[in-house]
Design a protein around this ligand. Structure first.
Ligand SMILES: [Zn+2]
Ligand SMILES: [Zn+2]
Ligand SMILES: [Zn+2]
Length: 483
């Protein structure tokens, strides 16, 4: 994070002249993390993977784990928390539990720097002085619930220090997602990561790897960790940067978002020069330019539609979402250019929801339009771009468009190898799909007729694997910050 605008660089790695692209620069074992409240019975409290069947902690009945390995790994951090939850009967929210875990760790090990840690939690920014009235009120409420939760037999900390920890979590808490990357499920504090500054067009990316302890003896064994990964060649002395937010907003809006959530003014090259702003607001090319009036109207209509769509989506009324998006598209298409972000947002939702409703043919067309736009806007090695290509590839595959589908899965794979790394569960899923679609493609090329016959037979016998339910999350920032 940006400590008062001071730019800091992570030392050692900058000295190497040529960094192999797919190799991660730096990885950190998870320092401290907790799970979102509503998900506590759906996601493992150690590795943050979603599982059908989880084992419950017999003591507090609150924590859930994949298996004994995950439970054992959790015990050191869970022990004191377990008895506090048991005593109180209920568990407080994830920020409070995270603060408690941090303070218990300080009680156990002291607050100093541990090995491999470049910055202590004490010296991280809390930005409490920038808080508005609403945020101050929330902080007071968090403090109250913390004090209720904190057991009298544990070491007692001053109010100011507890506020500092809560403030640090508020602006430096890193969003953790489940193994499929579809949902933000928890929050963690990784002090070293907080040293990496933001750039809207960064040279690194951060990814949470849930790890794979099941494969202990194989090459796939990975420990749960946070990874800072390099996106392109970095020259000596160049600062390492990551993007805290999604790039698909015009520079003015990104700057506003960063100021509001992270309290700094972005002065990155893309913001200063407004690079790609013109593409993001592109208008339909043709003989007649649409008038300013019409453009304004369409954008206003798009914004209103988005609000209605969000509501319908969170209510789970997907046919309404489809209707609203189709209506909006008919208004947008004669006016907005193919890279216009208002158009792309509608295309993204529409293709996702149509896939969920198994209307793959229609969905595939929209997803193609969407990724074509994304490819012109995003950094070529952007995680969101990779994930969008993967979704579009799967949609095409389901629609029987095997050539296009396979092509997209390959492109997605090339990106995820860099942004997520070869051992990430998502990359491994994608690799399996890529191999499978390649086999089908070969069959298709050898004998088209046979391919369709086999495909039909397969579809009759087994229902197509359900697409995940669309999540209703406004694009989460890198660091979990209350909006
Ligand atoms: Zn687990
Ligand atoms: Zn427990
Ligand atoms: Zn910027």
């Amino acid at each position: 994070m940006v400590p008062n605008g001071d730019h800091m660089t992570l030392g050692c790695c900058n000295h190497r002249k040529y960094m192999p692209v797919a190799k991660h620069l730096y990885s950190d074992h998870v320092i401290m993390e907790t799970l979102q409240w509503i998900l506590t019975h759906l996601v493992c409290h150690t590795c943050f993977k979603r599982h059908e069947k989880l084992h419950r902690c017999g003591q507090c009945k609150f924590a859930h784990y994949c298996d004994r390995t995950c439970q054992k790994d959790a015990w050191m951090n869970h022990k004191t928390e377990c008895s506090a939850i048991k005593k109180r009967g209920v568990a407080p929210n994830e920020n409070i539990r995270l603060a408690a875990r941090i303070l218990w760790r300080i009680e156990r090990e002291g607050g100093g720097l541990t090995e491999g840690c470049l910055v202590s939690i004490d010296s991280l920014q809390n930005h409490v002085e920038h808080f508005g009235e609403e945020e101050k009120k929330e902080l007071r409420m968090d403090l109250e619930s913390f004090l209720e939760f904190w057991p009298p037999e544990s070491k007692q900390f001053g109010m100011q220090y507890i506020s500092h920890i809560l403030g640090v979590i508020n602006c430096n808490g890193f969003t953790l997602s489940d193994q499929r990357g579809l949902q933000a499920v928890g929050v963690g504090i990784f002090p070293n990561l907080c040293l990496v500054n933001h750039d809207c067009w960064p040279n690194c990316t951060v990814i949470f790897n849930n790890g794979n302890h099941e494969a202990v003896r194989s090459m796939f064994h990975t420990q749960m960790r946070i990874e800072l990964r390099v996106l392109s060649k970095i020259s000596v002395g160049e600062e390492l940067t990551v993007s805290y937010i999604d790039f698909l907003n015009v520079s003015e809006d990104r700057k506003q978002q960063l100021k509001k959530q992270y309290y700094f003014d972005c002065t990155c090259e893309h913001c200063q020069k407004g690079i790609k702003d013109d593409l993001m607001l592109a208008l339909k090319e043709g003989n007649e330019k649409p008038s300013q009036e019409v453009v304004k109207e369409v954008i206003q209509f798009s914004k209103e539609t988005m609000k209605k769509v969000d509501k319908a989506r969170s209510d789970g009324v997907y046919h309404e979402v489809v209707k609203l998006c189709r209506e909006c598209l008919t208004r947008q298409e004669p006016v907005l250019g193919e890279t216009n972000i208002y158009l792309l947002r509608i295309l993204s939702i529409l293709s996702e929801v149509l896939s969920y409703l198994q209307l793959f043919n229609e969905a595939s067309g929209y997803s193609k339009q969407m990724v074509d736009g994304y490819l012109k806007l995003y950094h070529p090695k952007n995680a969101q771009l990779g994930m969008a290509l993967m979704r579009a590839g799967v949609t095409h595959w389901h629609a029987g468009l095997i050539e296009a589908g396979h092509g997209m899965l390959c492109k997605a794979y090339a990106i995820l190898l860099v942004t997520h790394g070869p051992t990430h569960p998502i990359t491994k899923d994608l690799e399996a799909m890529r191999v499978q679609s390649e086999m089908e493609l070969r069959m298709f090329q050898q004998n088209e007729f046979m391919y369709y016959q086999m495909r039909e037979a397969a579809l009759k016998n087994q229902k197509i694997q359900m697409m995940p339910e669309p999540t209703n999350e406004p694009s989460v920032g890198l660091f979990q910050k209350k909006q």
